[in-house]
Design a protein around this ligand. Sequence first.
Ligand code: NDP
Ligand code: 8X3
Length: 249
Amino acid sequence: MSKIILITGGTSGFGAATVDRFIEGGWRVVTTGRRADRLQALVERYGAERVHALAFDMRDADALRAALEGIPPEFRDIDVLVNNAGLALGTAPAQRASLEQWRQMIDTNVTALATITHALLPRLIERRGAIVNISSIAGSYPYTGGNVYGGTKAFVTQFSLGLRSDLHGTGVRVTSIEPGLAQTEFTLVRTSGDATASDKLYEGAFPITGTDIADAIWWVANLPPHLNINRLEVMPVSQSFAGLQIHRG
Ligand code: NDP
Ligand code: 8X3
């Protein structure tokens, strides 16, 4: 019987590419997102026996629980959980940022990620499965306007390491993948739909693609069972580190 992966946020970007990668690799996929039309298109493309789609908002804990409870028996034995659904909202410095946007990032990137992980842990332990959390370089390297987004990703990285420790001896593997600049719908979402800003950011930068990260997840999930990749930081060659800032006067 083929293995089963649950990928949150399968409607675009890294998540959509990961759905394609694992289907091509012969796995069965459970995936989630709010955009039901895109989920339906995945089911139509790959067939209901290979993809099971769950349309709900990750921030709604009751909807999340109901969706997981409604997974049909043939998709229940989840081997790998990819916590990918997430977002950044805004680029303003903290003193000008929107509290509503901060809360949405925390509710999605932190609370929902922890909630689905908590719900699936017993099943993952039973199956000696794996958890792949999509963090970000923003969790390690602060930048102006990164404030709460960076904070949520620092949580994702540290939570991954903590899970590794707690799951010691269970055989469950945990990985934090920490990408840098990647061309997805991320910047469109961050800028509330500013396609010009999004195109400008990626122009000429040869950014990471969804397929690059899908391939990394495929590699991590298919390693021999005695190996665990704890953290995987990935940047495009075009991106590197800049210095600290000094204000005078
Ligand atoms: P996209 O915007 O292309 O994809 C985000 C996915 O998350 C979509 O499928 C979206 O589905 C889902 N999602 C967001 N909010 C919710 C919600 N409330 N409920 C359910 N699903 C939700 O961006 P990426 O592919 O780039 O982002 C994927 C992950 O990668 C995120 O965690 C992001 O922080 C991280 N990341 C991105 C980087 C980049 O530069 N692109 C770099 C490092 C990390 P829908 O809208 O249908 O609900
Ligand atoms: C996305 C990468 O550098 O835009 O997590 O924050 S960055």
